[in-house]
Design a protein around this ligand. Structure first.
Ligand code: GLC
Length: 570
């Protein structure tokens, strides 16, 4: 309701700016559901996806060359992790120019070509927006560091030390003090992440404007939105009180502390609202996906905004990292997210470039492929937007470094062996069984997983029972069954400890989903009468086992180990 009103006001504004044609387009949009509610989002780590120039590192042309694959898979939008110029200390999350493309990933012309080719296939591009910090090589920081009275000094956070020590006890998320001394000016600089990633000062209005200008630069080009990196760390308490110290040490050997005064400060919401207003000035329902953590759903939901005027799709890390297959736990987590207190549209994901792949986290080493199909079924059949990480559609697993010398990710170098870093989940995409899994003819920047001869696009394409083909069928079903697109989510058989069952219900269709989360076959009796439905049979739509083609009796269903059954109630 509120967002329709807001879009209507935007339409009026657009009328004055670009005439009646634009305004009609935006007003018409207000009538329909935004595209991102139906979309399947796919995260690409550009270094590792496809290497078109065969130098061992993937790039934008590589992504463009694989658009047909992505279209065939059923993907609607790509979230590309940072591909801006960067010293690559944190593999792109340290940006030295917010309005350009990194030479190692190509040119702006390559990026424009990607946008245009993706558009031809109805695929949208979402950029990663790193607002919390820049690189220490960004010209803004170089200026800021140059003297205490430089005009950009206040664009970053500088403070005097206390008795020859850092200004307070804040610890960087990536290990050790969050303050680096710059002897040139005698002051300390604040960094939530690496010292080479100095935090931008969001209390400075000129810097704020410069960042919104950077956002407009990409929106003008036609990107569909942004994934907001580490967005909750934007503000710090300017009085710099010490953070509470907890028991024990972290993986880097520092005291454990609570990030009380430098994370999730209320001022973050002002910035989220402002940025959202920037996006809402554009037609096409541009979207914000937030890297939004929180200890519970109430906290994560705050990122939607009180009037759903902040991030449309916050990432719910609690749901993604349940880390055990438990029907009661999944039931609880899906329900709380589906009915989040903000009334926002849920986004679901299991894996990304910072966490061990869920093939490993949920797998039991015996039924991993069945489990990969089961988690895919959750992702694609609950009410919400699914977000995938490249390679999960193959059942790609981690290939972790074996020695400290092998590590590329600096947190692995700093924290080895307690923290081995994130290389394992960032290895090259497995395209075929040829050299380097068809990713590159040169030695890849990270080693290809040894399972690539079996786990790759070409061989899974040819196997009708592969994880890849199951993903394709699931995505196809999501797009064709109205109940999966628009239906409500209702749990069934609420006390079953082993099998998660639910309905998706739209005006004209009811779909039932039953997922056996155990390694043993299970019988289930699904009674839909409490949901106001008298029917007790379903026509199988998709199953991970041979469910036959006859109508199934919902009061006596048999599911094999980790079996997935999706049916249309009739
Ligand atoms: C986010 C990114 C991660 C990066 C960090 C600092 O958590 O996902 O990869 O290292 O922010 O930018």
């Amino acid at each position: 309701m509120f967002s329709k009103f807001r879009k209507y006001s935007v339409a009026l504004l657009a009328l004055s700016l670009c005439g009646s044609f634009c305004a009609t387009a935006i007003a018409k949009e207000a009538e329909k559901e935004p595209w991102w509610k139906q979309a399947v989002v796919y995260e690409i780590y550009p270094r590792s996806f496809a290497d078109a120039d065969n130098n061992g590192v993937g790039e934008i042309k590589g992504i463009t060359s694989k658009l047909d694959y992505l279209k065939d898979l059923g993907v609607d939008a790509l979230w590309i992790t940072p591909c801006y110029p960067s010293p690559q200390v944190d593999f792109g999350y340290d940006i030295s120019d917010y309005k350009a493309i990194a030479p190692e990933y190509g040119t702006m012309a390559d990026f424009d070509e990607l946008l245009a080719e993706a558009k031809k296939r109805d695929i949208k591009i979402i950029m990663d927006f790193v607002m919390n910090h820049s690189s220490d090589k960004h010209p803004w920081f170089v200026e800021s560091a140059s003297s205490k009275d430089n005009a950009k000094r206040d664009w970053y956070i500088w403070r005097d030390g206390v008795n020859g020590a850092p200004p307070n006890n804040w610890i960087s998320l990536f290990g050790h003090s969050a303050w680096k001394l710059y002897p040139e000016t005698g002051q300390y600089n604040y960094h939530f992440f690496y010292p080479e990633q100095p935090d931008l000062n969001w209390r400075n209005s000129e810097m704020r404007k410069a960042m919104y200008d950077a956002a407009r630069f990409w929106l003008d080009k036609g990107v569909a939105g942004f994934r907001l990196d580490a967005v909750q760390a934007l503000f710090e308490d300017p009085k710099l009180p010490d953070n509470p110290v907890k028991e024990g040490k972290n993986q880097y050997g520092d005291p454990n502390t609570e990030y009380l005064h430098n994370d999730r400060l209320p001022e973050v919401h002002d910035v989220l609202r402002e940025l959202r207003a920037v996006l809402d000035m554009y037609p096409g329902d541009r979207v914000l996906i937030g890297e939004t953590t929180g200890s519970d759903i109430a906290e994560i939901s705050k990122s939607y905004g009180k009037n759903l005027d902040e991030v449309q799709l916050p990432m719910n890390f609690i749901m993604a990292y349940i880390n055990k297959l438990s029907a009661p736990e999944f039931r609880k987590r899906i329900s709380e997210w589906d009915k989040n207190p903000a009334g926002g549209w849920p986004l679901y994901f299991f894996s990304n470039h910072d966490q061990v792949r869920h093939f490993v986290r949920y797998g039991d080493k015996i039924h991993n492929e069945d489990i990969a199909k089961l988690t895919a079924a959750v992702l694609m059949t609950v009410r919400g937007t699914p977000m995938m990480y490249y390679g999960e559609e193959l059942g790609m697993q981690n290939n972790d470094p074996k020695t400290k010398e092998d590590v590329q990710d600096p947190i692995g170098k700093i924290g080895w062996p307690a923290e081995i870093g994130r290389d394992g989940e960032r290895t090259p995409m497995q395209w075929n069984s040829e050299i380097n899994a068809g990713f590159s003819k040169a030695k890849p920047w990270l080693p290809v997983s040894p399972d690539y001869k079996k786990v790759n696009v070409a061989s899974e394409d040819a196997d009708k029972n592969s994880v890849l083909n199951f993903y394709k069928q699931l995505i196809h079903l999501r797009k064709t069954e109205d109940a999966l697109k628009n239906g409500s989510y209702e749990t069934l058989d609420d006390h079953n400890p082993d099998v998660l069952s639910y309905l998706r219900k739209s005006k004209d269709e009811i779909v039932v989903v039953a997922l056996n989360m155990t390694p043993a076959p299970k019988f289930v009796q699904l009674d839909l009468s409490a949901n106001g439905i008298s029917a007790d049979t379903a026509e199988p739509l998709l199953a991970s086992f041979d469910a036959g083609s006859e109508s199934l009796h919902l009061k006596s269903l048999k599911l094999p180990a980790y079996g997935v059954l999706i049916g249309k109630v009739n």
